[in-house]
Design a protein around this ligand. Sequence first.
Ligand code: CDP
Length: 238
Amino acid sequence: MNKKNLDQEPVSQAKHQNKQADEVIVIAVDGPTAAGKGTIARKLAQHLGFACLDTGLLYRAVAVKALENKINWEVGQAISLSTIARKLTPLDLSHPALRDEIIGRGASIIAAIPEVRSALLDFQRRFHLLGKPVKGVVLDGRDIGTVVYPDAHLKLFITASQQVRAERRYKELLNRGLPVIYAQVLLDVQERDNRDQKRSSAPLIPATDAIIIDSSSLNADQVLAIALQHVQKKLGLP
Ligand code: CDP
């Protein structure tokens, strides 16, 4: 399959798959690294009684398995990595190594491989069918509103300046007891943004109908309050 076909495949598949998801409400929460999407997605899901999927964990889980199987993600390996991606199960999303720094870096590299992205679509679109029946799902990631669910009922794009995101990540790592240097964290955020925005397959970009929330000067509760206003306005949910 050439690149053009791979890039086009997600949208047409999504339209088809969205028919299956008709009964569930889909909220997409996209944005760059360390913007606080995960917190907002979890709180929104909790408030609404929806299921929640942190789609970054899927790319991280592929990295964990690649490392276990000594597959070097620095040199392509699209076939082996997409085979791993296709076989992921919900159990793989609770591996203790998922949050390791080396896994985060690997996930960022692996996420640029179109075959891996394509292989992970099915999991993301069938996630609402995996557990007990739910009224809705919140998925957080980079391409939920553009590729995974272009017809999502509500699309939020949470962002913040690179400096603010680097400070948040720095504090988070310090709290985890890791020896970190702010300048290094800022460089890492810049590098991840660069990779997310420049990749040819599903680059990080807000969907044209996404609501953009700049959280640079807001705390998590303030962002949640804004998100809930949009949930009420767009979906009529309390
Ligand atoms: O730690 P960070 O917030 O950067 O990452 P994450 O949300 O845990 O996701 C891990 C990696 O997967 C990121 O570097 C993204 O490049 C990638 N990703 C993606 O490409 N598409 C998604 N829907 C989710 C994550």
